[in-house]
Ligand binder design. Structure first.
Ligand code: PLP
Length: 283
């Protein structure tokens, strides 16, 4: 496998970063994960726009023009012969002697891009079974709108889910509402067939898959309510699902051990999963 590291395409065995990279020492960096499908990148404009926003919020310089980053990502996908899978991009604030405050202006951000194949049959099998979700108290910082590599609470939540025999953990805020999953946005479908997901104003990462799916729902004449919901509302909903670039629309069949609907993947979630790529942008 080939990785891009700060201007060079290297064999993974030789691809490494400096131990004084602030990404390594402070998780002082941001990232994006894009789906690769049929050798093409999915929804790149939205991913690049979000990257630009994340960088801006943290005052990390753009390491190169976004168009050039896009070229690098395509090149890493090509060199790894990824047909279906993901491409990962990380930008950190760069290398400097360890000190919490920002380094000198002259320090350049560090860029890493990797890609790997994922058998689409695996996601399909997962979707056909549906996933189990647990809930956990929200314990992340309030700036979850920034796609930062500081993911320790997310790591612990995902591990807690696995240890509970589940696939994803949904965070519940102090007011008792679901925010999102450890690596996905959370959705339910009401008995009236309306799709509900928390507004991107607060408490969540503005998922690219989420945004595309909202457009898709509109085109498919599925009503969307952008509002928070509680685990209790989810437990009595007709369906539930999660969205993420690496998972598309993934049906949820139970929350904290309680089956959703008839305990099988929901019909609308299945339909939205099948229709999703009609509304995606390929490049
Ligand atoms: N929320 C969190 C915390 C995530 O880590 C992710 C992505 O992995 C998402 C939501 C979904 O975002 P996207 O659809 O852009 O992949």
């Amino acid at each position: 496998r080939i990785a891009y590291v700060n201007g060079r395409y290297l064999d993974m065995r030789h691809a490494s970063v400096n131990i004084e990279d602030r990404g390594y020492q402070f998780a002082d960096g941001v990232y994006e994960v894009c789906e690769v499908r049929g050798g093409r990148l999915v929804d790149m404009p939205r991913h690049l726009a979000r990257l630009q926003r994340s960088l801006g919020e943290l005052r990390i310089k753009e390491p190169m023009p976004l168009a050039a980053l896009s070229v690098v990502m395509h090149e890493v996908v090509r060199r790894n012969r990824v047909n279906d899978g993901i491409v990962y991009l990380q930008v950190s604030r760069g290398v400097a002697r360890r000190d919490h405050g920002f380094p000198a202006e002259s320090v350049k951000p560090a860029v890493v891009v990797t890609a790997r194949s994922i058998d689409p049959a695996k996601g399909q099998a997962n979707a056909a079974r549906g996933i189990k979700v647990i809930t956990l108290p929200e314990n992340r910082w309030p700036r979850v709108d920034i796609k930062s590599t500081a993911l320790l609470p997310n790591v612990l939540a995902k591990q807690a889910a696995r240890e509970a025999g589940a696939y994803e953990a949904w965070y519940v805020d102090r007011d008792g509402y679901v925010t999102e999953g450890s690596s996905s946005n959370a959705w339910i479908v009401t008995k009236e067939g309306r799709v509900v997901t928390r507004s991107a104003d607060a408490g969540i990462l503005a998922g690219v898959t989420r945004a595309v799916l909202i457009d898709a729902c509109e085109a498919l004449q599925v009503r969307v309510e952008e509002r928070p919901f509680t685990p209790a509302e989810a437990a009595s909903a007709a369906e539930a699902f999660v969205t993420a670039s690496s998972q598309l629309v993934m049906p949820v069949v139970s929350i904290d051990g309680q089956p959703i609907g008839d305990g099988k993947p929901g019909a609308l979630a299945k339909r939205l999963r099948e229709q999703f790529h009609r509304f995606a942008v390929f490049s």
